[in-house]
Design a protein around this ligand. Structure first.
Ligand SMILES: [Cu+2]
Length: 115
């Protein structure tokens, strides 16, 4: 009788130690998650599709009538995007419907990829 009581006490101790370790691991993962978020918000890329309305090669601005962008809570609208890469500019012909990737750069929105 005495022995089995000790065994179950030991078992209870082992179990509680185990779950404490699992909790510590979870907290560690949460901390990592939170550390990642600020940088992701600054340089996050967004996907959108839109119709090329106007291309201004001189200023490097392409006007697009884009569809809603969920990651930014944007409704559909027509606006200018900056294009720094000349190769991308070639893919953005007026009247073309494109799927593109862009990111915020200060107060500008810069197209980083065109599909
Ligand atoms: Cu917009």
């Amino acid at each position: 009788m005495k022995n089995s009581a000790r065994t179950s006490l030991l078992l209870a101790l082992l179990l509680s130690t185990g779950s404490a370790m699992a909790q510590a691991k979870m907290d560690e993962m949460k901390g990592m998650d939170m550390a990642k978020k600020p940088s992701a918000g600054v340089s996050a890329k967004h996907m959108a599709t839109g119709l090329v309305k106007k291309v201004d090669a001189k200023t490097g601005v392409v006007t697009l009538a884009h569809e809603p962008v969920k990651t930014l809570n944007w409704p559909a609208m027509t606006m200018g995007f900056k294009v720094k890469d000349k190769m991308l500019m070639d893919k953005l012909g007026e009247g073309k419907k494109v799927a593109f990737e862009f990111m915020q750069d200060g107060s500008d929105y810069v197209i980083t990829a065109v599909k």
